[in-house]
Design a protein around this ligand. Sequence first.
Ligand code: HSE
Length: 407
Amino acid sequence: MINIAVLGYGTIGSGVIEVLKTNGDSIAKKAGKQINVKYILDRKEFPGDPIMEKLVKDFEIILNDPEVKIVVEVMGGVEPAYSYVKAALLNGKSVVTSNKELVAKHGAELLDIAKEKELNFLFEASVGGGIPIIRPLNQSLTADEIVEITGILNGTTNFILSKMSEEESDFDTVLKNAQDMGYAERNPAADIEGHDACRKIAILSSLAYGMQVDYEDIYTEGITHITDTDIKYARAMGARIKLFATSVRDNDEQVYAMVAPMMIKADHPLYIVNDVFNGIFVRGNVIGDVMFYGSGAGKLPTASAVVADVVDVAKHLSKNIWTIWSSKKLELKDISQVKHRFFIRVEGTADTSLKNKIKDLFGEVEEVTADGVDGEYAFLTSLIKEQDITKIRENLPGILNVIRVRF
Ligand code: HSE
């Protein structure tokens, strides 16, 4: 038997208890031993819940109990999670976490401590919920140089964009549904402003390139500026709008990373990733293209990944699973040099003077129309640099929206 302690009895923490209860026997077989939850740490009370007998409010009880071999941190947020996780590792306990804020900020340091102490620090659930992506990057794709990772990494925004498109529902109603279903972050700005996806692509990039990618360096744009009119145009073009989190190793060996809404068509492998699902497309220089798809948020899918990490730790007691993530910072390429096609909507009627102005600024463009939309002019540019679009934005009054296009 192996004793674990679960920090946080919220959506994921209660999911972990449920998964261990539902699949306890098969999990024990796979781990080679029974997994016993000795403590659950939470500030709240849960009257009537059988976990009450394991509930503690003082982390020191867990830290100082030598019988606890694995700490499962599912509280979220950087503090006090970071202090608890670091103390647990320094006290000889392996840690499993679903906490992307913690991993994005302190992953390299915590991995180093785990390595030094012959312990493990595993975080499969921190990106893509239940989808295996951390372990594939660390173990299955190690023969490759990763040249691109593009993911739909936030379930809440994918759910919102999908529903806006399928049901013509408005933003606030769909966000409320996502919150009710337990997908959204406590502060939904983290989802809709792209910060959650940003931390996740920072983690994947750090693993793929073996160096620290700081999330603060990643250009991040959320979905709050996407309107039902943009969705109408996308539909008219046979396209969908997705929040893409991307990192690419360019021909010049430099890496750029960004989070931004992207219009894609059916020929893109992530086109079929809808609702709360996540999808992660990875391109390696030898394997070519691979895709990972599944539930990117929610209680049980996320808990499934957490418990699978617990099983892995139980199988590797006193043996560190080597993960390359140096604390040396990877300097990202300035995205101003990156090229995209852009979909642009401008106020006004499509008369010769407006068209000539646009031609002067962009060269030849492709006009786009959508049923029921008038009083504006919409078009697709050819491939242009990000820095050019920034300059043009300053010189073209009446821009209603600008969305990157991948077709
Ligand atoms: N708020 C996150 C999402 C939860 O919607 O994807 C999973 O990290």
